[in-house]
Ligand binder design. Sequence first.
Ligand SMILES: Cc1cc2nc3c(=O)[nH]c(=O)nc-3n(C[C@H](O)[C@H](O)[C@H](O)COP(=O)(O)OP(=O)(O)OC[C@H]3O[C@@H](n4cnc5c(N)ncnc54)[C@H](O)[C@@H]3O)c2cc1C
Length: 640
Amino acid sequence: MATLDSKVPPGPLAGKWLKHKSDIKLVNPANKRKYEVIVVGAGLAGSSAASSLADLGYKVKSFVFHDSPRRAHSIAAQGGINAAKNYQNDGDSVHRLFYDTIKGGDYRSREANVHRLAEVSVNIIDQCVAQGVPFAREYGGLLANRSFGGAQVSRTFYARGQTGQQLLVGAYSALMRTVGAGTVELHTQSEMLDLVVVNGQAKGIIVRNLITGEIERYAADAVILATGGYGNVFNLSTYARGSNTTAIWRAYRRGACFANPCYTQIHPTCIPVSGEYQSKLTLMSESLRNDGRIWVPKKAADCAKDPNSIAEEDRDYYLERMYPAFGNLCPRDIASRAAKRVCDEGRGVGTSGLGVYLDFSDAIRRLGENGVRERYGNLFDIYHEITAESAYKTPMRIFPAVHYTMGGLWVDYNLMSNVPGLFVLGEANFSDHGANRLGASALMQGLADGYFVIPYTVGDYLAAQKPGSRPSVDGPEFKAAEENVRTMTRRFLDNKGKEPVSHYHKRLGKIMWEFCGMARTREGLTKALELIPALREEFWANVNVPGSADTLNQSLEQAGRVADFIELGELMCRDALTREESCGGHFREEHQYPDGECKRDDEKFGHVAAWEFQGADKVPLRNIEPLNYEAVKMSLRNYK
Ligand SMILES: Cc1cc2nc3c(=O)[nH]c(=O)nc-3n(C[C@H](O)[C@H](O)[C@H](O)COP(=O)(O)OP(=O)(O)OC[C@H]3O[C@@H](n4cnc5c(N)ncnc54)[C@H](O)[C@@H]3O)c2cc1C
């Protein structure tokens, strides 16, 4: 059974991080050169970590499966990044950001980590401005802010609808400066396919060169995974198509606990699904809810009408009606469920009936079309490209879609997993968002982890490792891990089945969306736990992977990723079935109040569930980390 010691430092909440930084072990500058650290992933979390560690003096090797770090999924982030700067003088503070994040996560995150996140948020903005990130500014030159869901202050910094792209250019510049200086060795088009554990500690990885097919071994003193989220388990999502779970899943199979896998975020404002041949979904940023108003017709009979012809009194601005205090800016889980509810009532719009309107006519009257264009122009362009409709003339049609995963590998306060030497950053860890992430908080967390947390905490682990004690890549653990990768590759290529990998990915996605999506039931999850193992069996018996192992072979890459998604999907359903309560994005229909709100069970489930692999075809072990709240009282989440 794994030991889950959160290592939360003692003392008052607001002083924990400061005290911890003063107490943890340091590595002296001359010794730092003797340690090698592997960083897998170069999105916001990975790039910021790799460059910061290299600047401290560690030797860093960075691995990405993309052809450039600039292709990481982080580039897609649109709306913004939160920070408790209180530039608007509207009552914001570190405590308020901390509190909003804890409440937004439905009291299922670790208090001390979230407080630290709120504290360092202010440093992130300074760091990025110093790098030249072009955040939006007011006319007088000060940085501008807008509002995001779950907050009543304006604390979101943004660069039009391209915040992730601009932040990534900043982090990428920092990374490439260290690559140029020779302190980071960058390996692109290199996919990590296994973790190497020596004497119980993470000491290396096995990588496939995606161009030549070569399998390579790399040893290090510590391994950091910053490999992003796993929402593509649903097949259709707003994630970049390449995002996958392989790095963290293979680490799970080597002993790292997987925490809260069922916590998935369904974002309320995405372009609705349009057909069977779609490969991804598109987000319309939450920032649009600053000025757009969400509604459906009051009468189902009006749903097919031109929205502009529906009179004001026949429209139901349901979020404003149900949640007057937060209105259109209530958190994502709540807005998504409300959209599902009105569609279930038969009041959805669009050809599928699975859509609601996001209407800018009030904003256009107030700000003029150009005013709206200035704020959201590129998002309106994206919408037009995809739907051939102008949202300046007719309301956008939106519907919830999978967008983010709050679950991930379990980490302690130092961001180290239960496998010593294995650290996990960004969306890949379970960290700070509990059962629901607030908008604009993922970028904040990824950069907090990479720029401000790991540079301190990795030293605490390395200081206890003898300099130069890295194992040789010729050791038995490396050989066994390489053989594991080769066996899986051979199995795919020798299979000669009938169906392509995508066939199984689509079928898995449908099972996950139907039974482990926006609403979950005991009956549905039990059924999914029968369907997924059967799908897994069929996949291995009948998948067809053409080509060979020693060239670029995208079917082979996909096969490994989908094999992992199938196993992960099963774990997600098991986690959702076991968690007999509703909280945040995890909505169990059996556990709700009469008004449809989530009914938590703090006594039985006020904990993190961290699953431990027990071997293929064996039920994994469910470990728990109790959540002890010292500064905040677990209470009913209310946005009314
Ligand atoms: C459309 C969209 C808009 C969003 N907008 C916002 C927003 O406005 N504000 C906000 O806060 N959040 C937003 N998010 C969420 C946010 O973008 C992500 O959570 C965040 O960028 C994740 O960063 P990351 O560094 O953890 O991972 P990623 O950016 O996903 O990077 C993962 C990296 O790992 C590498 N990798 C993965 N597996 C392997 C492997 N096996 N071997 C080698 N390399 C590997 C990849 O190549 C990549 O470099 C948005 C998300 C989406 C989908």
